[in-house]
Design a protein around this ligand. Structure first.
Ligand code: ADP
Ligand code: MG
Length: 767
């Protein structure tokens, strides 16, 4: 029956139809099948059709199976393969062409814009080739897929064919048996009654056969279903194949596009090469023409040169001679050079030595100048006096009140600024001091007077400035001043800063500040954490004979801000310690100790200078104030220390062998800064009003007497002796005793050089 069953590719060519007819090629199918077939007809034109008809004798059903298109798929695959082969060949051709193009020389104008364009085209070409290779890959994948599907279809066809063959055989067998049975029945009908029985039996058997037939039909039905399924599969495959076709078509179109692009690129390249060739030819021609012209010129030149050469030959001979001479000279040049170098080196060495000696000379001169400056300064201070006394009269204030008591009792000499006149109890008394400042004098005026002393502190001198006078006479105003109009303390530090700044290129300085207070002969640190703590004055354990105060706080200051902070801190300490600060401060000595340590950067010499700024306690006499108890004790301490100060100053000015420093805490503390080459200034503060004339008289007497002791050693000693004892007896009986006892305790010394303070000021080479 069915000899071959092949899978159909592209269209659903397999149809399995129930039917009763036995037509071989004419399928008797439902409308669906016939329409499907008619739709597939054009594709089937070249395919072999396969029909299987089966109907058993007496069977109610007919089976019609048409399998078409096995060859269709094959053919299609073959077509694709052929197409593929053609494309491959075409690609090979393109590649060969490309190789050929590549092999062609790049042309004379490498790097020009044509070659760039050509490179671009080449890039494009390689891109196209890449794309083509991709397409090829896709095509081969599709081919593989088609192959796989063809194989599967062939398998399905084989299985179907087997099934159909089996079925046909079964049907034939059954129909044969049915025919036999019918014949047997007919013959038996013609026979005798016993035969009828047989017929009956046969009929019974016949029904069995029918049953077998129906079973077969059921199986047939099952097979039909399977075939329908296979048809469905085929349909899907056909669809896939169709999409493959479309893809192939697209790829082909792409390939064609690439080819056309390749062609275009090739054409462009050819055109460019042609134009390049033309350019090259043109350039060659131009160059040739130019070369010809140049050649002609060269020829002409050559002729000129030849004639020149003939005339130059004698000159050349001279030059050769010169050259030989120079050569000989050059040969001798290294020797000459060495000689010159040696002499230059020697000259440089000499110059350096000269400069060095000059430098040494300058340094020596500088040091001499420095010494001279110091000497001059010392001389100036000596001329002015190592201990100077000035007076400052404060203006009348509203605190002085009104009335006769507040009238002015002080006048000045218009021609001499060292004279002051006081009208005391109707009698005029005059005093001569180193300088007298009237109430109109400003803080700056007063500072101007003390400025030289403060500067000498930078040079390593110890300086003491005291403000002396009765309470309310303006001591604190002169020393501290007001925030808007600062006094000596702040101005001194500002001056030190600016002086130190000026010398910063040669000197390194540090400035430190301490603040202390002496009240009732007790020394306290105003900048310490515990201001109420008593401090002691001790001899340095190093045997230098210097004094120091263990525990006294020292602040390093670098700016006016720092000073203000230190002052504020000291002030706060004092305020918290004493409820009535004004009263307290008038009964205590306030000391601001500024230490300036310097080092000469060029010589390494070190100096230390100390500036002691002392706001003394009020000098008013106790007898006048009529105090008792603690107030009396305070006054006794104050008078004792002020007398001791007067004694010390007097002893120093008269260059006495013994200076009673130990008679009070104040003089003991300031021993270093009062002795030796130290400089002292006493500012005697004066109240101008009538009611204070007796205290003013006392203060001025104190001042003049301190000053007058310098007139001559003999006179000095005599005057001092009488003044000291008289004043002490007159002011304060309690102060009579200390002087002799202190004198007894102090070791006698001869001359100023043996005083401990003199060691401090001397320049010391750094370690
Ligand atoms: P002391 O410290 O001697 O007790 P103060 O310095 O406190 O005296 O001065 C008493 C008052 O006189 C203060 O109000 C102060 O401002 C004022 N005073 C002192 N001297 C001057 C002066 N030269 N110019 C203006 N006012 C002054
Ligand atoms: Mg005061």
């Amino acid at each position: 029956m069915a000899s071959s069953l092949r899978p159909a590719v592209g269209v659903s060519h397999l149809s399995l139809c129930p039917g009763t007819g036995r037509g071989k090629d004419t399928p008797v199918c439902g409308d669906e099948d016939s329409s499907a077939r008619s739709a597939a007809r054009p594709a089937l034109a070249q395919c072999r059709a396969l029909s299987v008809d089966w109907a058993g004798p007496g069977s109610p059903h007919g089976l019609y199976l048409t399998l078409q298109g096995g060859t269709d798929l094959e053919k299609h695959r073959d077509l694709l393969m052929v197409e593929n082969e053609r494309l491959r060949q075409e690609m090979r051709r393109c590649e060969a062409e490309l190789q050929e193009l590549r092999a062609k020389p790049a042309g004379p104008c490498l790097g020009c814009e044509h070659s760039q364009e050509s490179a671009q085209l080449r890039d494009k070409l390689s891109q196209l080739q890449l794309e083509m290779a991709e397409s090829k890959g896709m095509l081969s994948e599709l081919n593989l897929e088609v192959q796989q599907k063809t194989d599967r279809l062939a398998e399905v066809e084989l299985r179907l064919k087997d099934c159909l063959a089996e079925k046909a055989q079964e049907e034939e067998r059954l129909s044969r048996r049915l025919r036999d049975s019918h014949e047997t029945i007919a013959s038996l009908r013609a026979q005798s009654p016993p035969v009828k029985y047989v017929i009956k039996t046969v009929e019974v058997e016949s029904s069995k056969t029918k049953q077998a037939l129906s079973e077969s039909q059921a199986r047939n039905q099952h097979l039909q279903e399977q075939v329908a399924m296979q048809r469905q599969v085929l349909k899907e495959m056909e669809q896939q194949l169709q999409s493959s076709h479309q893809l192939t078509a697209r790829l082909r179109a792409q390939i064609a596009m690439y080819e056309s692009e390749l062609e275009r690129a090739h054409g462009q390249m050819l055109e460019e090469m042609q134009s390049l060739e033309e350019d090259k030819n043109r350039a060659i021609e131009e160059a040739f023409a130019r070369a010809q012209v140049e050649m002609k010129a060269v020829h002409e030149n050559l002729a000129g040169v030849r004639t020149n050469l003939l005339t130059l030959q004698p000159a050349l001979r001279t030059l050769t001679n010169d050259y030989n001479g120079l050569k000989r000279q050059v040969r001798g040049f290294p020797l000459l050079l060495q000689e010159a170098l040696r002499s230059v080196k020697a000259e440089i060495g000499q110059a350096i030595e000269e400069v060095n000696s000059n430098n040494q000379e300058l340094l020596r001169k500088y040091r001499r100048e420095l010494q001279l400056r110091k000497k001059c300064h010392n001389e100036l201070v000596r001329l002015k006096g190592n201990i100077r006394v000035i007076a400052r009269v404060r203006p009348v204030t509203k605190e002085d009140g009104e009335g006769p008591e507040a009238t002015n009792a002080v006048t000045f000499d218009a021609d001499d600024d060292s004279i002051i006149h006081l009208l005391h109890k109707g009698k005029p008394v005059s005093f001569e001091l180193d300088k007298v400042f009237s109430p109109q004098a400003s803080q700056q005026d007063v500072f101007q007077e003390v400025q030289a002393l403060i500067t000498s502190c930078i040079d390593g001198f110890n300086v003491c400035i005291f403000a002396y006078g009765q309470t309310g006479a303006g001591k604190t105003y002169t020393m501290e001043g007001t925030p808007e109009n600062p006094g000596i303390n702040q101005r001194a530090l500002q001056l030190l800063f600016s002086e130190v700044q000026e010398k910063a290129s040669d000197w390194e300085y540090t400035i430190t500040v301490s603040a202390a207070e002496i009240y009732n002969e007790v020394l306290r640190d105003l900048l310490g954490k515990e201001p109420q703590e008593k401090l002691e004055i001790r001899l340095c354990p190093d045997g230098s004979g210097q004094l120091y105060v263990p525990g006294l706080t020292e602040f390093q200051v670098q700016s006016v801000d720092d000073i203000n902070k230190v002052f504020e801190f000291g002030h706060t300490n004092r305020t918290t310690e004493f409820t009535n600060l004004n009263e307290h401060s008038s009964r205590s000595h306030a000391l601001l100790i500024v230490t300036v340590r310097g080092m000469d950067c060029s010589t390494g010499l070190r100096t230390t200078g100390k500036l002691n700024l002392v706001d003394l306690a009020g000098s008013e006499r106790v007898g006048k104030s009529g105090a008792e108890g603690s107030r009396l004790r305070e006054a006794q301490h104050i008078n004792k220390s002020l007398s001791a100060l007067g004694d010390v100053i007097a002893a120093l000015r008269s260059r006495q062998g013994h200076v009673p420093f130990r008679n009070s805490k104040l003089t003991y503390l300031l021993q270093d800064s009062l002795s030796g080459d130290s400089k002292t200034l006493m500012v005697v503060q004066v109240s101008p009003v009538e009611k204070n004339t007796s205290e003013t008289l006392y203060s001025l007497k104190f001042a003049e007497r301190v000053r007058s002791v310098e007139l001559g050693p003999g006179l000095r000693r005599a005057e001092l002796g009488s003044w000291s004892s008289q004043e002490h007896l007159e002011w304060e009986p309690a102060c009579q005793t200390p002087q002799p006892s202190a004198r007894a305790h102090s070791a006698p010394s001869s001359g100023t050089s043996s005083r401990p303070g003199s060691i401090r000021r001397k320049l010391q080479p750094s370690a």
